[in-house]
Unconditional design. Structure first.
Length: 329
């Protein structure tokens, strides 16, 4: 049973999520939309306004009667540092985007590295923190398993076994949340496309690195016991890991992709699958569907979609996860 502090935190989150939409609302409107009593809204809005998180302003509504106080979220109250690193076609890059609580991008830049280690990531974050002193948390997307804040089985050798969360929290004194990059992308797709009642799976197949997938079940990313769920690059193929990486090329990857996606359909039974990665295009996505259909009865096949711009969902997923973590922290 939730204690009084938990109830307050939950109610505060309801109000924040409403105001994060960027609208100006009266206390009565907030009460109606959240289902909270006017008295509860009054108490919580006073607290949020006192600490500068919410702004209240008296406005004349419909040019009649007394002026009413309308509330809106203070976009300058805080910001979130979203950092991701990856290796695509042998190129190692770090991207940093600073996001406001309303989802607006306040700053963004990307840099390529020949040697990409912890110090490179720390330097990128430090540069942005000097420009955004109101940063409240750091979110990290990693092309690896993110087990207990440690980078494991990473595409980039220099980052292997780095306790990234611990190092960043010690260096900057901010809470840090790290997840596999596919988790963020799947969550962003789920949120941005409004698939709230669906079970959706994102399958990402880049060339010559291990593929990854993530499934979102009614709002929850299925991570498994230690964030290993969905790592289809570790399925028992008929060859070793070195040969698998060689075969993950545009000319030879299709059988691997079909086996991976078929396994996911059986294990997760999603309502829709989003295919992405430079091993795929619209035509090959159709071939994957037909390949799965050889093994899966048609009535159990999910809807198949393809996108060539998965980064659109990456940033959305990191932003949405920042809002989720704020409700916890």
């Amino acid at each position: 049973m939730m204690d009084s502090a938990g109830v307050k935190r939950q109610n505060m989150d309801l109000i924040r999520r409403l105001l994060w939409q960027g609208k100006q609302l009266t206390k009565l409107e907030i009460s109606k939309r959240t289902g909270l009593s006017v008295a509860t809204c009054n108490t919580l809005l006073n607290e949020l306004e006192k600490n500068g998180e919410v702004l209240g302003e008296k406005l004349q509504i419909n040019d009649v009667g007394r002026a009413s106080v309308v509330y809106q979220y203070n976009e300058e109250f805080e910001s979130y540092i979203c950092v991701s690193y990856q290796m695509i076609a042998g190129a190692k890059t770090v991207r940093v985007a600073v996001t406001s609580p309303l989802g607006n991008i306040l700053g963004h830049y990307e840099r390529a590295f020949r040697h990409l280690d912890y110090m490179a990531i720390e330097g990128m974050i430090e540069k942005e923190l000097k420009k955004h002193m109101n940063a409240a948390m750091i979110l990290v997307g990693t092309p690896s398993i993110a087990e207990n804040g440690i980078v494991r089985h990473c595409d980039i050798a220099e980052m292997e076994e780095v306790p990234l969360v611990q190092l960043l929290e010690h260096r900057f004194g901010l809470p840090v949340h790290m997840e596999n990059d596919i988790h963020y992308k799947a969550y962003g797709y789920y949120k941005k496309e409004g698939r709230e009642d669906d079970i959706v799976t994102l399958c990402f197949f880049p060339a010559n690195v291990l593929p990854g997938t993530a499934s979102v079940y009614h709002g929850t990313v299925l991570k498994g016991n230690n964030q290993f769920a969905g790592m289809v690059g570790f399925l028992p193929y008929e060859f070793d890991r070195k040969e698998e990486l060689r075969l993950l090329s545009p000319e030879t990857a299709l059988p691997i992709i079909v086996k991976a996606v078929t396994s996911l359909i059986v294990a997760v039974n999603p309502s829709s699958i989003l295919l992405a990665g430079d091993l795929l295009d619209e035509e090959k996505a159709e071939q994957v569907y037909l390949g799965c259909l050889k093994w899966i009865p048609k009535e159990y096949m999910p809807d198949f979609c393809y996108t060539d711009d998965i980064d659109l969902y990456y940033q959305e997923g990191m932003y949405q996860k920042a809002l989720d973590q704020k409700a916890i922290w």
